[in-house]
Design a protein around this ligand. Sequence first.
Ligand code: NZQ
Ligand code: ZN
Length: 384
Amino acid sequence: MQNFIFCNPTRIYFGRGQITRIAEEIAPATRVLMTYGGGSIHRNGVYDQVRAALGHAKLSEFGGIEPNPRFETLARAIEQARAEQVDFLLAVGGGSVIDGTKFIAAALYFKGNAWDLVARKAPLERALPLGAVLTLPATGSEMNPGGVITRASTREKLPFRSPLLYPRFAVLDPTTTFTVPPRQIANGIVDAFTHVLEQYLTYPAEAPLQERFAEGILHTLIEIGPKTLAEPRDYDARAALMWAATLALNGLIGAGVPQDWSTHMIGHEITALYGLDHARTLAIVLPANLHRRRDAKHAKLVQYARRVWRLDDKDEEKLVTGAIARTRAFFESLGVPTRLTDYGIDPEAIPELVTRLERHGMICLGEHNDVTPETSREILMDAI
Ligand code: NZQ
Ligand code: ZN
């Protein structure tokens, strides 16, 4: 096992009715800026619940943070937060709203061009505190210190992170997810599943507990995924999905183990250029990536085949092929296509995607730093 430091300071309030608890987290007279997306929280009653819980605070709001949150939109929120001298940010929504709010928190005290926080990974010395009310189980942003921001003008989508950006608290009430459209639930399952694989499907690192945790999350997603899609108001299934997605990317399973993340970095370029949902890009890239790098990942792919998909064959190559095929079939069974051409993206697009990876410094990705632009090109070719 590799050395690691583990500290996750986000307090979780999980379960029905927990939105009322934010009153305990936010002191009276705090100037709170509540951030949200395109209006789902107005339609499902979450907005009213948050307002009612924060009766004691000075509440203002910024709505309209879009999926794949845009730097240009967030710049307006930053101006508003400065003008109102807010003390606290409360993100109410999915990963995009939470990521966007982390960016506001980071940019508020940052001297210089805020885009440098993502483009140059400028170090952060101070950030505004934030909390989250999660309404879509998927990204894990509610309990981690990272985010991903898109600059519409240049069509760039880049990650940023800082220990200062862990939400102070996050409310996870599964009933808030009853209204999530099936497409977004399917996306959430694929995203969480891929988060686990980015941290699990690398090479053996003598970390049996992290591996069992990871396999447990994968089993849970496989078991409850179809059920929660079919029965959106099944509380227990939604609760299991919500907690699984949070634990998939809160640092626990990634502590002390090698990590890949090349699928994500390649996927970000597809979203930036073509606007595909984040998870859909992962469904395209992941099976092709596993196939292309099956030799380097052999031992863990065999373990994944046996323990997660319960495949049984003496021939290890057949196990690996079977595990990749099962992964693809699982995504497809959720209604998430796994080929570039399923989304109308032609092979002619690939050179530009690779050029953009190079431009963003994504030239030695993966757990061995050996995913070069040429490897990314091959992966994308396999993904056609
Ligand atoms: O904007 P509203 O009206 O709220 O509607 C949203 C949005 O249209 C809707 N929605 C959310 N909760 C709902 C709901 N509709 C009905 N009922 C509810 N309860 O769902 C749509 C998608 O929302 P979004 O927040 O974009 O989805 P998701 O949570 O999948 O977030 C995706 C973003 O997170 C980033 C992705 O790159 C992408 O930009 N990621 C963040 C990560 C992190 N911070 O750690 C890791 C991930 O790998 C990922 O990259
Ligand atoms: Zn993701």
